[in-house]
Ligand binder design. Structure first.
Ligand SMILES: Cc1cc2nc3c(=O)[nH]c(=O)nc-3n(C[C@H](O)[C@H](O)[C@H](O)COP(=O)(O)O)c2cc1C
Length: 186
């Protein structure tokens, strides 16, 4: 069952504009908190962006796109459309411990596990889901830190885009390389 769920998990990027109810969002976040994490530091932090906040995110994304791609108006328009048509965004950040680089790194790993748990839970909740770091995910843009309230000692790991899926064609699996190419038996 679990192996089948892993095989059927997909990055879904096109959604209906229907709002995702808060109870569903809470179920998604709750699922994330069961992820493994070193010494039970539970290092995850979630910033839910919907409604009015998403309108502000759209402005931020537009600023980023205009700066990054000044000569590509079509790319700006299509990228912005992605944000506009996504009903729910969640920025996920990991606690960082200034005096402990190893623990900070482990916190990042735990948050990656948490995002993957959300991804699997999203499918069960009927949601399409994609973890974004590049482009309008804005993960490496200082302005996203300001947007979420400039919290101290947090590292943004991903911006999750989610909503009720529009196109089933996205559910087609992408082929994976054989484990023989990726494995050394010592
Ligand atoms: C760390 C990470 C960052 C990603 N960033 C992006 C992104 O910025 N934009 C995007 O469209 N997809 C992003 N993805 C989704 C991948 O493109 C997707 O998982 C990959 O194409 C495999 O497809 P699948 O998830 O349907 O198996 C990201 C995935 C991961 C794990």
């Amino acid at each position: 069952m679990i192996i089948q769920e892993l095989q059927e998990r997909r990055a879904i990027r096109n959604y209906e504009t229907t709002e995702v109810p808060n109870e569903t969002i809470e179920a998604l976040l709750e699922a994330a908190t069961w992820a493994p994490n070193d010494r039970m530091r539970e290092p995850w932090n979630f910033y839910v962006i919907k409604g009015e906040a998403k309108k502000r995110y759209e402005i931020l994304a537009e600023q980023y796109l205009l700066e990054r791609f000044p000569t590509k108006p079509n790319l700006i328009e299509s990228s912005l459309e992605v944000v506009k048509s996504t009903p729910l965004l969640i920025v996920v950040a990991a606690d960082q411990i200034p005096e402990d680089a190893d623990a900070s790194e482990d916190n990042v790993y735990a948050v990656c596990c948490a995002i993957h748990s959300m991804w699997l839970a999203a499918k069960e909740l009927g949601l399409g889901f994609v973890w974004r770091t590049r482009g309008v995910g804005l993960v490496r843009d200082e302005r996203l830190y300001q947007f979420i309230g400039a919290p101290e000692n947090k590292k943004i790991i991903g911006t999750v885009f989610a909503g009720y899926p529009k196109e089933l064609k996205e559910a087609t699996p992408k082929k994976r390389a054989s484990i023989t190419e990726k494995t050394v038996w010592l």
